[in-house]
Design a protein around this ligand. Structure first.
Ligand code: HEC
Length: 115
């Protein structure tokens, strides 16, 4: 049951990334940030039942999860800054911050399987 729950979370992570990219493509950085915080960021931990699921993970795996949630929350801050100081540099920072999130996804995927 926990495995099913975790995979459902994972699928929602990908949907959230897709929605974030869609909003960024529209230039709606604010909406992208809202999705990132509520579905991937530190604020999403309760939604995902993270503390409950983390108990079933090796510590390093749980840390990889925390790193992903932190990267998502950092993306939100970078995205909000980009709203205030638009321009090429800000745009590049937004891409960079989003890539830190996908790198964190990959870091865990390359190291862990459910079984
Ligand atoms: C803490 C580790 C961890 C992090 C961080 C993580 N994943 Fe996963 N993810 C997994 C594991 C483990 C599986 C299952 C892989 C397996 O057992 O083959 C998985 C599976 C998936 C799946 C397949 C779901 C299915 O129905 O089979 C998707 C999609 C996915 N992850 C997306 C993401 C995205 C997008 C992110 C980043 C925003 C992310 N994951 C971050 C560990 C993680």
């Amino acid at each position: 049951m926990m495995q099913q729950h975790m995979l459902a979370n994972m699928r929602d992570h990908l949907v959230a990334l897709d929605e974030i990219l869609g909003f960024l493509a529209e230039g709606n950085v604010n909406a992208a940030g809202k999705i990132a915080e509520s579905r991937l960021g530190m604020s999403s931990l309760d939604l995902h039942g993270a503390s409950h699921i983390a108990k079933f993970m090796p510590d390093a795996m749980a840390d990889a999860g925390t790193e992903m949630h932190r990267a998502a929350s950092r993306f939100v801050i970078t995205a909000q800054d980009a709203e205030l100081a638009p321009g090429k540099d800000a745009q590049h920072a937004v891409y960079g911050a989003l890539q830190e999130v996908t790198s964190a996804c990959n870091a865990c995927h390359q190291a862990y399987r459910i079984r």
